[in-house]
Design a protein around this ligand. Structure first.
Ligand code: IVH
Length: 681
């Protein structure tokens, strides 16, 4: 016992030292990454250190410190960025929505203001109105120093770190002789394809997708962790100067040209026109072009080209007199929602899709719209038969904006949340904190390509040669329907492939044969259970020792394993209670797959034994006790059941002690527990 006490104290001291080390290391790498842009380690290595620190802080709450690098991530409230106050406010623009209005609100007004005759012409710069968010970048002697959001126009948020991640923005301007000070204003935006990619990922992760590219750009830029921003391919187009010291530009055209030469992105679709007629033509032209652009625009902006004239005209009630935003009509329409279909994604997410009475929205016939997820269907109370407003954004699938409930006649039908996968009949579950519903069938046709690829991958069953192309052919020829079918394939089956030789077929069969002797953790990982990565698979293999035990375990038993929270525990439990999955597993075993238990715990005397702790332990902490048990192959679970082997009872043990006695479970005092551990060397 003396020894254990010492070990325990020692544990803490070791952890304390490591927490300090990790904090210093992470701060060092953060500095290199953010300030010097010269990272020395990969993101994956950084993440590993970061996770280790999180784990230690969880295990030893007393070592937690508010200034820890782990506190930089998470959902901090607004106001978390520091403020940047500017001398020249960022204004907004007056809107026009037709050619008529462009003339009235800009040209006529300007001519009146400047006392010009009707036939005298003003030159304008026309630009696409990017649908993103406005930022200001400050370059000092050509070096990017500060970047801020528009905020209320005067005070914005300091997003310098995040802006630095935008790949098409120069951190140092090209060429020589840069102005002492140059504020560059422009729009941060996200291309439609990047927006779709981010949303697809979000849907697969069970998160609510962004409503449009603008929200996605804003959400990405306002991330506290700029590593997340870095993974979102934001872009920037400059559209105006702010403060300029040490340079002078006569016009918007000259300014944008020079900015472009310095390497600052400027929109190539801009056009200088000699009169308002050109600006009106540009507006209608861009409205046509809008659909084929790789990013979203919501109109054009027309500005007086001469900076001298701009200054003369000045501003009124927070918008300049020398410019106008020419907005395009919204791409919305009303139609009837005729049905709600279920679409099953690659990784099992079930997305409701609205089937619409076909309707034209600015030249495109729309007959389907995404409803994203069931939370959305429920919160918007969308029913079959409803009249709905739908909106199209670029080539993004249209979305249902809202229901026009005033058109209801009582015949509308509520569609219930799915219980069964429409593709394979497996159970559909909503895992803890996800909005998505998922099919958890291992052989669901919609997911089979991904699940077979994963099953064969290197960290899983490691079946050499069984890559995407081979899997696709197996599926196309209907040679496999589940991962188990892989093990009944014959050489003749493979020979049916295009470009398949005798040697290649033999190699594939040999690789399949080899993979049968896998370790249990790889086998568990290969099953593709949601939230079970390689590490969790290892913990599961060590704690349960066999597939049989996993099939019998309770959610609590899963949750009692280190690193497994209730979400993951539920996911594992549900997986092992799906009859379709159990059938596939049993067929795999029948066909000769023989997962072996990880060597370390084989034969450990506590292997497979379940411990429960109760009461106040006087000599060691719960974490230390858990570690002692797990090191010898045992499991620690939180509640007593018939499967419990030992209850270790400290001071003031309550109902658990009674229950253990009722069930005839061996009850150990702390000393007895320690002796048991000693015996099991
Ligand atoms: S000029 C005072 N040009 O539209 C002039 N704005 O209300 C400032 N926008 O929030 C704006 N593309 O973020 C200008 N080519 C463009 C633009 C543009 C998008 C945004 C801008 C502002 C809003 C205008």
């Amino acid at each position: 016992m003396q020894l254990s006490l010492l070990e325990n104290r020692n544990d803490h001291a070791v952890a304390e030292k490591r927490v300090k080390e990790l904090t210093e290391l992470l701060n060092h790498h953060n500095r290199l990454y953010y300030q010097h842009e010269a990272p020395e380690i990969s993101d994956a290595e950084y993440d590993e250190l970061f996770r280790e620190l999180i784990r230690l802080e969880e295990l030893h709450p007393s070592l937690f410190n508010a200034a820890s690098p782990t506190q930089r991530v998470g959902s901090a409230p607004d106001g978390r960025f520091s403020g940047v106050t500017r001398q020249i406010p960022m204004l907004s623009l007056d809107n026009a929505t037709s050619g008529e209005e462009i003339r009235a609100k800009l040209d006529n007004r300007i001519k009146r203001e400047l006392g010009l005759a009707e036939n005298e012409q003003v030159a304008y710069m026309c630009e696409p109105k990017m649908d993103g968010l406005a930022v200001e970048l400050t370059y000092e002697n050509g070096i990017l120093r500060v970047a801020s959001t528009r905020g209320d126009g005067i005070t914005g948020e300091d997003v310098t770190k995040n802006i630095r991640t935008i790949r098409n923005l120069p951190l140092r301007l090209n060429g020589e002789n840069h102005p002492l000070l140059l504020d560059v204003r422009g729009e941060v935006y996200l291309s439609i394809s990047s927006f779709q990619k981010i949303n697809a990922e979000k849907e697969e992760n069970g998160e609510t997708p962004f409503a449009n590219p603008r929200n996605a750009a804003a959400g990405s830029l306002r991330q506290l962790d700029s590593r997340i921003t870095a993974r979102r391919p934001l872009s920037f187009y400059c559209y105006a100067p702010g403060r300029i010291e040490g340079a002078d530009f006569p016009s918007q055209e000259d300014f944008l040209k020079k900015a472009g030469e310095w390497g600052i992105p400027v929109n190539p679709l801009r056009r200088r026109v000699d009169s308002i007629d050109g600006a009106v033509d540009y507006y209608y032209e861009m409205q046509q072009q809008r659909e084929s652009l790789p990013y979203e625009i919501d109109g054009t902006v027309v500005k007086v080209d001469s900076f001298q004239l701009q200054r003369e005209l000045g501003e009124k009630s927070r918008s300049p007199l020398w410019a106008v935003a020419c907005k395009f009509p919204p791409r919305q329409a009303e139609t009837r929602l005729e049905n709600i279909l279920l679409s099953v994604g690659r990784t099992g997410v079930i997305t409701p899709v609205a089937v619409l009475k076909p309707v034209d929205i600015s030249g495109v016939t729309v007959s389907k719209a995404t409803l994203h997820n069931w939370d959305e269907v429920i919160s918007k109370d969308i029913r079959v038969g409803d009249t709905v407003v739908i909106e199209r954004a670029g080539d993004v699938i249209p979305a249902v904006v809202r229901v026009l409930t005033e058109h209801r006649d009582g015949s509308e039908m509520i569609v219930p949340v799915p219980k069964i996968c429409p593709e394979c009949g497996s159970a559909v579950v909503q895992i803890a904190d996800e909005v998505a519903y998922r099919c958890i069938g291992i052989s669901c046709p919609s997911q089979i390509l991904e699940s077979v690829k994963h099953f064969a991958s290197r960290g899983a069953m490691d079946i050499e040669g069984l890559g995407e192309r081979v899997v696709e052919q197996l599926l196309n020829l209907s040679l496999i329907h589940t991962v188990a079918d892989l093990y009944s394939l014959t050489k003749e089956d493979f020979m049916r492939f295009e470009r398949m030789g005798d040697k290649l077929a033999s190699n594939l069969l040999a690789a399949l044969e080899r993979s049968k002797r896998c370790t249990l953790d790889r086998f568990i990982f290969a099953l593709g259970i949601r939230h079970v990565g390689e590490r969790t698979a290892k913990s599961l293999a060590q704690a349960f020792g066999s597939i049989d035990n996993l099939e019998r375990a309770t959610i609590e038993e899963f949750a009692s394993i280190r690193d497994i929270g209730s979400t993951v525990a539920t996911s594992i439990f549900t997986f092992f209670h799906n009859p379709v999955n159990l059938a596939v597993i049993s067929r795999l075993l029948q066909l000769g797959v023989k997962p072996s238990v990880v060597a370390k715990t084989v034969g450990g005397r506590l292997s497979g034994k379940n411990f429960v702790f109760t009461g106040t332990l006087m000599h060691f902490g719960r974490d230390a006790a858990r570690k002692m048990v797990e090191d010898k192959g045992g499991n620690v679970v939180s509640s007593i059941s018939r499967k419990t082997d030992y209850l270790v009872a400290g001071e003031e043990s309550g109902s658990k002690l009674d229950k253990a006695r009722d069930l005839g479970i061996t009850v150990l005092g702390e000393e007895e527990f320690l002796s048991l551990l000693e015996e099991t060397h």
